[in-house]
Unconditional design. Structure first.
Length: 120
């Protein structure tokens, strides 16, 4: 039992010397000692929430401007074409108002809404 305790204490002493926490280092005074990171974090002035919010908004920067209205030109068929990219967009209503299918679909939708509402 005694030799294992000696081995453990020698191992701890060697580890302490290798890590630089031996008694010889503690005895030497250091003139250029810097404060620890924890002390630096504690001693910093606290920033207000409003300042932090404004700083975060400024860091994101101004978003890039999208293509303006002048970049789109109307086409004779009712679609729009982008002058810069050449993309065309067409929005169509597959069920224009007044069409029989449209009116039947709207009536079925209204009936479904009436059934789903609880009576008062």
């Amino acid at each position: 039992m005694m030799p294992s305790m000696i081995k453990q204490s020698l191992t701890a002493a060697v580890a302490g010397i290798l890590l630089g926490i031996g008694p010889a280092q503690a005895a030497e005074p250091s003139a250029t000692r810097t404060p620890s990171v924890i002390l630096e974090l504690i001693n910093r002035p606290v920033e207000s929430q409003e300042q932090a919010f404004n700083k975060a908004l400024r860091s994101d920067g101004v978003p890039a401007a999208g293509p303006g209205v002048e970049a789109w030109e109307p086409q004779p068929d009712g679609s729009m074409r982008n002058k810069k990219t050449g993309l065309s967009i067409m929005v169509r209503n597959p069920c224009p108002p007044g069409d029989v299918e449209h009116e039947m679909a709207l009536a079925a939708y209204n009936r479904a809404l009436a059934r789903s509402k609880p009576p008062r």
